[in-house]
Design a protein around this ligand. Structure first.
Ligand SMILES: [Zn+2]
Length: 78
């Protein structure tokens, strides 16, 4: 499940804020997305199967937050 992946990543401080480079502290408003989306025309199919969530930095004065389907991009690689 995506939500448990996200929560694990946050708990293990692997989800990194792009602004202050500290671990993201919170997430909110998790939602499953619809299968896949066709964007534009031709072969530009984007498979957005998965989930959307609001990521909230929550570190000190940093106000970064983002609603995204591409939350995996914020998980730091091992
Ligand atoms: Zn931040």
């Amino acid at each position: 499940m995506s939500l448990s992946l996200i929560k694990d990543a946050i708990a293990q401080k692997k989800m990194i804020c792009p602004e202050c480079k500290n671990p993201i502290q919170k997430c909110d408003k998790y939602a499953e997305t619809i299968d896949s989306v066709w964007e534009g025309c031709g072969d530009s199919k984007i498979d957005s199967r998965g989930s959307r969530i609001t990521l909230i930095c929550g570190n000190g004065a940093c106000v970064w937050q983002e609603r995204t389907e591409f939350w995996a991009d914020y998980i730091k690689a091992e």
